[in-house]
Design a protein around this ligand. Structure first.
Ligand SMILES: Nc1nc2c(ncn2[C@@H]2O[C@H](COP(=O)(O)OP(=O)(O)OP(=O)(O)O)[C@@H](O)[C@H]2O)c(=O)[nH]1
Ligand SMILES: [Zn+2]
Length: 207
């Protein structure tokens, strides 16, 4: 068994843990000012702790948990598709800071290494914990797994509801967005791509 500790002090870390540099006092003050500027009475019994709660909530949504990427040698030579489906995720839309959430289906063709399966879901969680655009989230997950696993191909299907689109603005209630990020064999080989996409969307669940 090989265990690789993610380089959480590397360049990506600064981006991943925006909330680690949290200045709580400043954040709570800013929420207070925002509510005031919006004309929302915040100094009520219910709202008195809202600046603290909102700061905590955003910090939590923007802070990935630390973890290790555990892999195993692919001793028995499993070179067929491995697909983990229906990984629930929540992220924050970079444009409106409203949640977008749904399900990720992540597949790959192993070469020398097999990841611990939970690490696929942890990867999704790690990249979701930042201000995001859905297309970028899929590409980041695919790129990270391709690099970590040195595998033949990675595919990431994300199906999500964006509250900024369904509950405000155009208010397209019920709309979801599906994005595909494919690397290697899953990008180049039409048969592999079709098999992956069929199995991914056959999960029967949506956002
Ligand atoms: N491609 C993409 N667009 C997104 C995502 N999340 C939000 N958006 C879109 O980003 C766009 C921002 O457009 P703007 O016109 O600047 O913002 P807006 O005035 O709030 O737009 P409306 O939502 O149409 O009211 C909107 O069309 C959002 O739907 C995403 O993950 N991917
Ligand atoms: Zn948005």
């Amino acid at each position: 068994m090989t265990t690789t500790l993610l380089d959480l002090d590397g360049p990506d870390h600064a981006v991943l843990t925006g909330a680690s540099a949290l200045n709580r006092k400043q954040a709570e003050q800013a929420v207070r000012q925002l509510l005031q500027a919006l004309g929302v009475p915040a100094d009520t019994e219910v709202g008195r702790n809202t600046p603290r709660r909102m700061t905590d909530a955003l910090a939590q949504l923007l802070t990935p948990r630390s973890w290790t990427f555990t892999t195993f040698p692919n001793d028995e030579g499993h070179h067929d598709l491995v697909l983990t489906r229906d990984i629930a995720f929540t992220s924050l839309c970079a444009h409106h800071l409203l949640p977008f959430s749904g399900r990720a289906h992540v597949g790959f063709y192993p070469r020398e290494k097999l990841p611990g399966l939970s690490k696929i879901a942890r990867t999704v969680e790690m990249f979701a914990a930042r201000l995001q655009v859905q297309e970028n989230l899929g590409q980041q997950i695919a790129g990270f797994l391709e690099e970590q696993l040195a595998c033949d191909g990675v595919g990431v299907v994300l199906v999500a509801e964006h509250l900024c689109m369904t509950r405000r603005g155009v208010r397209a209630a019920g709309a979801d967005t599906l994005t595909v990020a494919a690397r290697g064999r899953l990008q180049q080989d039409p048969t592999a791509r079709i098999e992956f996409l069929q199995l991914a969307v056959q999960s029967g669940r949506t956002a």
